[in-house]
Design a protein. Structure first.
Length: 244
């Protein structure tokens, strides 16, 4: 694709992100996107099938870049620690050779989350769209759950990178719930409401980010049991559903 074509497509996506976040997906027309992007309507249909396809491209862009950040930050840590026998992944927990190894891993997780937080804030317009659309009663259009589906899809590069370690990795039901309600939703809420909260709390964005990361560290510390990180609630009833 030529540079001019790249620029035109990016303008369309940027215009759509702004309009969707301001007016909602249903309240925005393709004609309005064309005017905002300063392109003719026909060019939009050259790149995209319809308005929903534009939103799908925005969400896919977000998914792939978050997956890339995850691979860059998390997988090298897992691979290096597994090779050094400092870490062993089991279906219900991650075993560490000692508490120092567990602390090193958690430090990597915290740095990773800070990086993802920066990315979420950079693309807060897209996240606002996802949050707005998720509240509508539309089973075919809930991109929040698409985020979960993407990370556990055996064909995506993020999942392949995680499971390529020697030990078998699985997403338990408890871990799925934790990822969605205690990691993903807080992250998206923070990105979506950061500007408004900043004005109300009279804090800088850096101060808000630092406070949010501290809260994240408190939440993730609840997963640590001795020198292990639990992937399943120890109080889960026996005989429940098997890990996915």
């Amino acid at each position: 694709m030529r540079d001019s074509e790249n620029t035109a497509k990016e303008r369309i996506l940027n215009a759509a992100a702004k309009l969707f976040s301001e007016r909602g997906f249903d309240g925005t027309t393709v004609s309005e996107i064309a005017r905002k992007a300063e392109v003719n309507k026909a060019l939009i249909y050259y790149y995209f099938q319809n308005k929903a396809d534009i939103l799908d491209n925005l969400v896919q862009f977000l998914l792939e870049n978050v997956a890339g950040i995850t691979i860059d930050y998390i997988y090298p840590t897992i691979e290096k620690m597994a090779a050094a026998e400092a870490l062993v992944i089991k279906p219900d927990r991650i075993y560490f050779a000692d508490q120092a190894a567990a602390a090193y891993f958690m430090d990597s997780i915290n740095k990773y989350y800070a990086k993802v937080l920066d990315y979420a804030l950079e693309h807060r317009k897209i996240i606002r769209i996802i949050m707005l659309e998720s509240l509508k009663e539309n089973e075919d259009r809930n991109d929040l759950f698409k985020m979960l589906d993407y990370t556990r899809d055996s064909e995506n590069k993020l999942y392949k990178s995680i499971v390529s370690t020697k030990e078998k990795f699985t997403y338990t039901d408890d871990l799925e719930l934790f990822r969605f309600f205690f990691l993903l939703i807080p992250l998206f809420n923070f990105a979506a409401y950061c500007d408004e909260y900043q004005a109300v709390a009279h804090l800088t964005e850096d101060e808000l980010k630092a406070s949010f990361i501290r809260s994240f560290q408190i939440i993730t510390s609840s997963l640590v049991s001795g020198s292990d990180i639990l992937l399943r609630n120890e109080n889960s009833a026996e005989g429940g559903k098997q890990p996915k």
